[in-house]
Ligand binder design. Structure first.
Ligand code: FES
Length: 101
């Protein structure tokens, strides 16, 4: 099972959790009680529909996640970032979370 290391850009806290191969990053993080959102976005996000852009994360290495979806291209997400709700995980990654105010 791939391991996710989450760096909280607000607090500097680092947490890790495991995810099933090909699992959805946002759903797995929520299930583990790990918040990817900054401030009120934890309550005001689009709940994974891909419309709000507040689940933005920086991912390393990109080879261990799926490529940018059409929605991420519409949001003009830069190459080293992904939307957590549109990220499928295929290997160990480190992410930076809480990037969007
Ligand atoms: S939760 Fe809104 S875009 Fe991902």
């Amino acid at each position: 099972m791939p391991k996710i290391t989450v760096e909280d850009t607000e607090t500097g806290e680092v947490q890790t959790f495991k995810i099933g191969y090909g699992g959805n990053l946002r759903q797995a993080a929520l299930h583990k009680g790990i918040n990817l959102y900054k401030g009120m976005n934890e309550q005001l996000n689009c709940h994974g529909l891909g419309s709000c852009g507040t689940c933005l994360i920086e991912v390393t290495p990109l080879e261990n996640v799926n490529g940018h979806s059409i929605i991420e291209k519409l949001h003009k997400i830069s190459d080293n970032k992904k939307l957590g709700c549109r990220t499928k995980v295929y290997g160990d990654i480190t992410i930076k979370a809480k990037l969007v105010d």
